[in-house]
Ligand binder design. Structure first.
Ligand SMILES: NC(=O)C1=CN([C@@H]2O[C@H](COP(=O)(O)OP(=O)(O)OC[C@H]3O[C@@H](n4cnc5c(N)ncnc54)[C@H](OP(=O)(O)O)[C@@H]3O)[C@@H](O)[C@H]2O)C=CC1
Ligand SMILES: CC(=O)N[C@@H](CCC(=O)OP(=O)(O)O)C(=O)O
Length: 318
C-alpha cells in the first residue's frame, strides 16, 4: 500500500478525497491534517470513514519529516502551499506532491493534471498541479475545437457554493445566496487565465455562484471559422472522447444532476444558429468537488504510479 498524507483534510475537497480513499485498493491514509478539527474523528466529516477512532492531526510545516508518506496532497487555500512544498521536497525528495489549488498551475516544472488530456506527462509525474474546477469543464468543451475558433469563446459558468470552500466568504454566505445568483470576477478570474494559457487562445469567462451545494454548468458561446451543424459537432465530440469512461457526450443538453456525485463530466447540447452557421453553443457539466478536484486528483495519482486510472472511483456512480 502507498501511504498518502492530506494537508487541509477537513475542507470540502479534502473530505471528498478521503471518501474516495476508503475504497482505494492501493492507497492508505498516513495522515489527514486539520488545525481546527485536530483530535476530532474523521468520520464526523466523512460519514463512510471505516475507523471511528481515526482523528485529524494538527501538523506544522516543520513536522513533515515525521510523517511516513510517499504521496502528499495539498488541499489548502490558494497562496498557502509554497512552504509545504519546500518542506516536503526537503524531507521526502522522492514523494509525489499534488496541489489542488492554483499555486503551481502556471509553473512548467509541474505537470498539469487534466487527466484525459495529459496522460503521457502524468505517468511517473512527481509534481502535479490539479486544474481548477471551472477550468476543467471549459477545457473539455473547448480543446476538441481549439483550432476552429475565430474569436474568444464566452463562457458562462454557474457553480454550487461548495466551489467557494468551507472558509466563510460572501460566495458561501447562506443569507446572501438564498433565492439568489451571484455574478463575480467578470474579467480576470484565474480560471480565465488558466483556460486561455492551456488552450493557447484567449477566452472570456463569467463565473456565478448559486444556492445549490455541488456541481458546475458551463454554457459556451463559440464563433467558428467554418460553418457547422449540431450533428457535425456531436459527431466530432463523440469521436474525440470515444473510449473515455468518464466523459459523456450527448445530443441533449446535460444538466448538473446528471453528474453530481460522480467522477464523470458531460458535454452536449451542440446548437448552431440557423441564421449564422458559424455561431455555436454547447454545455459542459461536472461535479466541482470530484472531476473538478478530488476524483481528478485520484486519476492523476493513479496515473503517476502506473495504477489503474479509475482505482478508487469504481465505487461511486459514474
Ligand atoms: N471547492 C472546490 O470546488 C474546489 C477547490 N479547489 C481548490 O482546492 C483547495 C482547497 O479547497 P477547499 O477544500 O474548497 O477549501 P476549504 O476552505 O474547504 O478547506 C481548506 C482546508 O485548508 C486548511 N488550511 C487553511 N489554511 C491553512 C494553512 N495555512 N496551513 C494548513 N492548512 C490550512 C483548512 O484547515 P482547518 O481544518 O484547520 O480549518 C481546511 O482543512 C483550494 O486551493 C481551492 O481553490 C480546486 C477545485 C475545486
Ligand atoms: C464558487 C467559487 O468561489 N469557486 C471558486 C473556484 C474553485 C476552484 O477551482 O478553485 P482554484 O482555482 O482556486 O483552485 C472561485 O471562483 O475561486
Amino acid at each position: 500500500m502507498r501511504r498518502l498524507a492530506l494537508i487541509g483534510g477537513r475542507g470540502y475537497t479534502g473530505s471528498e478525497l478521503l471518501k474516495l480513499l476508503v475504497d482505494h485498493p492501493g492507497i492508505e491514509l498516513a495522515l489527514a491534517s486539520s488545525g481546527s478539527q485536530a483530535g476530532s474523528p474523521i468520520r464526523e466529516q466523512v460519514p463512510n470513514w471505516p475507523d471511528p477512532d481515526r482523528t485529524y492531526t494538527a501538523l506544522a510545516v516543520d513536522e513533515v519529516a515525521r510523517v511516513d508518506a510517499e504521496i502528499w496532497v495539498l488541499a489548502l487555500p490558494n497562496g498557502k502551499s509554497a512552504p509545504w512544498v519546500e518542506a516536503i521536497e526537503k524531507a521526502h525528495p522522492d514523494a509525489l506532491i499534488l496541489d489542488l489549488g492554483a499555486d503551481w498551475r502556471f509553473d512548467e516544472a509541474w505537470v498539469y493534471g487534466l487527466s484525459e488530456w495529459n496522460r503521457d506527462a502524468l505517468v511517473g509525474a512527481r509534481r502535479i498541479a490539479n486544474p481548477g474546477c471551472y477550468a476543467t469543464g471549459a477545457q473539455f468543451g473547448l480543446l476538441p475545437i481549439r483550432d476552429w475558433l475565430v474569436r474568444p469563446p464566452v463562457i458562462f459558468g454557474v457553480s454550487g457554493f461548495s466551489g467557494a470552500g468551507r472558509t466563510p466568504s460572501p460566495r458561501n454566505d447562506p443569507d446572501r445566496l438564498r433565492d439568489n445568483l451571484i455574478p463575480y470576477s467578470l474579467s480576470g478570474h484565474v480560471h480565465e487565465r488558466e483556460v486561455s494559457t492551456r488552450l493557447g487562445r484567449p477566452v472570456r469567462f463569467h463565473p456565478h455562484v448559486a444556492p445549490f451545494f455541488r456541481g458546475i454548468s458551463l454554457t459556451m458561446a463559440i464563433d467558428l471559422a467554418d460553418p457547422t451543424s449540431g450533428a457535425e459537432l456531436l459527431a466530432h465530440f463523440e469521436a474525440c472522447y470515444a473510449g473515455e469512461a468518464l466523459v459523456r457526450v450527448s445530443e441533449a443538453i446535460p444538466e448538473i444532476r446528471d453528474v453530481a456525485g460522480t467522477p464523470s463530466l458531460a458535454v452536449g447540447g451542440f446548437t448552431v444558429d440557423e441564421r449564422n452557421p458559424h455561431r455555436a453553443s454547447l454545455v459542459v457539466v461536472l461535479d466541482n468537488l470530484l472531476k473538478g478536484a478530488a476524483s481528478q486528483a485520484l486519476q492523476n495519482i493513479n496515473l503517476a504510479f502506473g495504477l489503474d486510472e479509475r482505482s478508487g472511483l469504481e465505487f461511486i456512480d459514474s
